[in-house]
Write a protein that binds this ligand. Structure first.
Ligand SMILES: [Zn+2]
Length: 408
């Protein structure tokens, strides 16, 4: 019974994912699809054509990858996980868990690798975005895997300790909360610099302007760095990250040839995230979300344990089965999480417009970003609700233009 339920949920989720992808593609590439008026000056017919074909290529890859992932999951549920469990049965419980998660991680990595390679070295390269060499890619992979192994050395023994209690979700929630704080603190200090180079801004005039800007936003100190994102992509972005002393504002070096007023508007947007305490809100939201998922995982863990479903007995295997259930259920909550995220983006845009005394710089920065990143100018409403952590470009510009009208 539980077996059939899990397989049904996995298949239904994939069907829904594919439905959303196809719906969005048909909607956005329909010749009658409307390009929002405010984007028309930058979105020439050639840019529209290019952005539609970029969307088509990415959607095709996503759909194939979702189907492959579904079959991989079904295989793991029916045969793979019990097989992995039996394979390492002779060792001590801790070694069993290490080998089990190691082998499972390797399988999942191998399933995803072709899609990652195709995405970076075929699609992103074809559209002129990718700048990563094979060497950079390999180095990134080795580093990422090493970090995961290092963290697993601590997390797997902790997990086994937790699973030795019948009710473990609240203890796990406390640990997860501590881990989020720890990770978000060290991420910008220790982890991101393994992959990227962070340097101070060179342009003295720009630096002075940003400092004035920070003062105007009544922010005490905020470190600002430029990151050499151009080593991997031509796409453009900026972000705030870190907790407490590790807090910083990071600008992609690909933004550096922006007109100064637009660059400052982007800085203003990121300052908005900082001033409005969006990272703290994110941590809180993520922790509540994690707690709910852990509660559900614990509940399912006990059901599987009691019913003896799936023919497995080791705590770590049963844990993975419960996690598979919960991740499929959590997919249903994605619209809620993205709803909060989109609201924060509106807030940050509004903050930037106030700080620069005009929304026009932010509007033209957005147009430049959308064109440079070939973002989809007109996603399907349902797709937006499900997946968009940022409002669609047209909606952000519309909200910003409204603030012009309400001012005048
Ligand atoms: Zn933002």
């Amino acid at each position: 019974m539980i077996e059939k339920l899990l397989l049904t949920i996995v298949i239904l989720r994939t069907a829904w994912q594919i439905f959303l992808e196809v719906l969005n593609l048909l909607y956005s590439t329909n010749p009658k699809s409307r390009i929002p008026d405010m984007l028309k000056d930058r979105f020439t017919p050639e840019v529209i054509e290019k952005s539609r074909s970029y969307l088509k290529d990415r959607t095709r890859l996503k759909v194939v990858s979702q189907i492959v992932q579904m079959f991989a999951t079904i295989y793991l549920v029916l045969h793979g996980l019990p097989l992995l469990e039996r394979l390492f049965m002779v060792y001590s419980p801790l070694l069993q868990a290490f080998l089990f998660f190691g082998a499972l991680g390797l399988i999942l990595y191998a399933v995803n690798l072709p899609f990652r390679l195709y995405s970076i070295f075929v699609i992103e390269s074809n559209y002129g975005f990718n700048t990563a060499t094979k060497r950079t890619f390999l180095r990134d992979q080795i580093l990422t895997v090493s970090l995961i192994v290092a963290f697993s050395m601590v997390l797997i023994p902790l997990l086994l300790w937790l699973l030795s209690h019948p009710v473990w979700w609240w203890q796990a929630s406390i640990l997860v909360f501590g881990f989020i704080l720890f990770f978000w603190f060290i991420q910008p200090l220790l982890i991101a610099p393994l992959f990227y180079k962070f340097t101070e801004l060179e342009d003295e005039e720009l630096k002075k302007k940003i400092r004035e800007f920070i003062k105007k936003a009544s922010v005490k100190i905020l470190k600002i760095y430029k990151v050499n994102a151009s080593k991997r992509t031509k796409k453009q972005n900026a972000y705030v990250t870190g907790i407490g002393r590790s807090r910083r504002l990071v600008l992609y070096d690909t933004l550096m040839d922006y007109p100064q007023d637009e660059l400052l508007a982007v800085v203003g947007h990121e300052l908005g995230h900082h001033v409005k305490k969006h990272i703290q809100k994110d941590v809180l939201l993520f922790s509540i979300y994690a707690m709910f998922q852990l509660y559900l995982t614990n509940f399912l863990y006990r059901q599987i344990l009691k019913s003896g479903a799936f023919n497995v007995q080791r705590p770590h295997t049963i844990f993975v089965y419960s996690l598979l259930f919960v991740s499929a259920i959590a997919y249903l909550l994605q619209p809620l999480v993205n709803y909060f995220s989109r609201r924060m983006e509106y807030e940050a845009d509004e903050f930037s417009a106030k700080l620069t005394n005009t929304p026009t710089s932010m509007i033209s920065a957005l147009k430049r970003l959308v064109k440079a990143n070939l973002s989809n100018p007109d996603p399907h409403p349902l797709y937006k609700v499900w997946y968009y952590s940022h409002p669609a470009p047209g909606e952000r510009i519309k909200a910003l233009s409204r603030s012009i009208r309400s001012e005048s």
